[in-house]
Write a protein that binds this ligand. Structure first.
Ligand SMILES: *[C@@H]1O[C@H](CO)[C@@H](O)[C@H](O)[C@H]1NC(C)=O
Ligand SMILES: *[C@@H]1O[C@H](CO)[C@@H](O)[C@H](O)[C@H]1NC(C)=O
Ligand SMILES: *[C@@H]1O[C@H](CO)[C@@H](O)[C@H](O)[C@H]1NC(C)=O
Ligand SMILES: *[C@@H]1O[C@H](CO)[C@@H](O)[C@H](O)[C@H]1NC(C)=O
Ligand SMILES: *[C@@H]1O[C@H](CO)[C@@H](O)[C@H](O)[C@H]1NC(C)=O
Ligand SMILES: *[C@@H]1O[C@H](CO)[C@@H](O)[C@H](O)[C@H]1NC(C)=O
Ligand SMILES: *[C@@H]1O[C@H](CO)[C@@H](O)[C@H](O)[C@H]1NC(C)=O
Ligand SMILES: *[C@@H]1O[C@H](CO)[C@@H](O)[C@H](O)[C@H]1NC(C)=O
Ligand SMILES: CC(=O)N[C@H]1CO[C@H](CO)[C@@H](O)[C@@H]1O
Length: 246
């Protein structure tokens, strides 16, 4: 009986979520970068690294998320849009609610339904994105770009890999790229052009997870021509060594 009442309670009160449960703000310090990072890589062996802000941890997440980074908004996707099993990360602008936003499904739920493994919020007009305080779903790890400069830089990387880059969510195109994206994730660098390979790592990611253990050496070797990641790797190793000594 008690369980029935609890069930009834949830059935009645859960579907109150709105479209994008996030708002833009200009107040300083609303979202600050922490030790979480985004590593963007494009063919051939180009990369960009940036500290981002960890907002919400997904249930049972390791804190390490990899896939193709694509823009995602309710402007072009609704619940009838096909999903994909190719790993992808939703790049979501918090600037505007779509005019045809559904009031039943919020943007994170929609992205999760389509197969997103994680989400990154950004604003091109305001200082930062703030998730509504009442939002408590833990579908996947949600990160936020800490400032407009970082948002513009992340946006800029879509121009790095030529004209035919996979820029917005497209189930058919993601399906067609399933093999190369999976191969790239395993190799630690993009094996072909046409997409941005992203790795979003939470500040408290479990360092012992097999994903990070197998990826870090290949990240290092996969980045010979680029400048930022290798010193960062040295820094990680140095920090890890100090921690081991303590
Ligand atoms: C923040 O400031 C910019 C211009 O400085 C403005 O365009 C934007 O609408 C502001 N955002 C908010 C949430 O007030
Ligand atoms: C950026 O990330 C690195 C590595 O995780 C960390 O050592 C550094 O302190 C971070 N920077 C900021 C400003 O949080
Ligand atoms: C990271 O910290 C968040 C709280 O900020 C927690 O919910 C999550 O489980 C932690 N993740 C790991 C992998 O420890
Ligand atoms: C949203 O509305 C615009 C026009 O208002 C329309 O072109 C677009 O197809 C709609 N998107 C979806 C996913 O329904
Ligand atoms: C999306 O789902 C809602 C409720 O689940 C439904 O009312 C709506 O008609 C659906 N829209 C489409 C395009 O299937
Ligand atoms: C979008 O709509 C929701 C629900 O009305 C609201 O909570 C959120 O702040 C809005 N976000 C923006 C960017 O307007
Ligand atoms: C892509 O693959 C998924 C299954 O992995 C399927 O459900 C979806 O319909 C496919 N998309 C298209 C456009 O065929
Ligand atoms: C990228 O780096 C990897 C690892 O060092 C290397 O095997 C691969 O040939 C490089 N790709 C290109 C196109 O240079
Ligand atoms: C597409 C769209 O409506 N963009 C608007 C989003 O909101 C900012 C201000 O916050 C406007 O400047 C954009 O034009």
């Amino acid at each position: 009986m008690c369980q029935f009442i609890i069930l009834l309670f949830f059935t009645l009160f859960l579907p109150v979520l709105a479209y994008i449960p996030v708002y833009p703000t200009n107040s300083t310090g609303a979202t600050t970068a922490d030790a979480s990072t985004i590593i963007l890589q494009w063919y051939s062996n180009g990369s960009y690294v940036q500290n981002i802000s960890f907002q919400i941890a997904g249930q049972g997440s390791t804190g390490i998320n990899k896939g193709a980074l694509v823009h995602f908004s309710e402007e072009g996707v609704n619940n009838a849009t096909a999903p994909t099993s190719t790993p992808w990360i939703a790049l979501i602008s918090c600037d505007n609610n779509s005019t045809n936003a559904s009031l039943d499904t919020d943007i994170f739920e929609l992205a999760h339904e389509k197969g997103a493994v994680s989400a990154l919020l950004y604003s091109l007009y305001s200082k930062a994105c703030v998730i509504n305080p009442g939002y408590s779903d833990r579908l996947f790890d949600i990160f936020s770009s800490p400032d407009p400069a970082s948002s513009h830089l992340i946006e800029y990387q879509f121009s790095q890999t030529g004209q035919h880059v996979l820029s917005s969510y497209d189930s058919a195109q993601l399906n067609a790229s399933a093999n190369v994206i999976t191969e790239s994730i395993n190799a630690g660098y993009p094996v072909s052009s046409g997409y941005l390979l992203a790795a979003l790592t939470a500040r408290n990611a479990t360092a012992t997870s097999t994903t990070s253990a197998t990826t870090q050496p290949s990240m290092k070797s996969g980045c010979n021509p680029c400048s930022t990641p290798f010193p960062l790797m040295v820094l990680y190793v140095a920090i890890a060594s100090v921690l081991v000594l303590l």
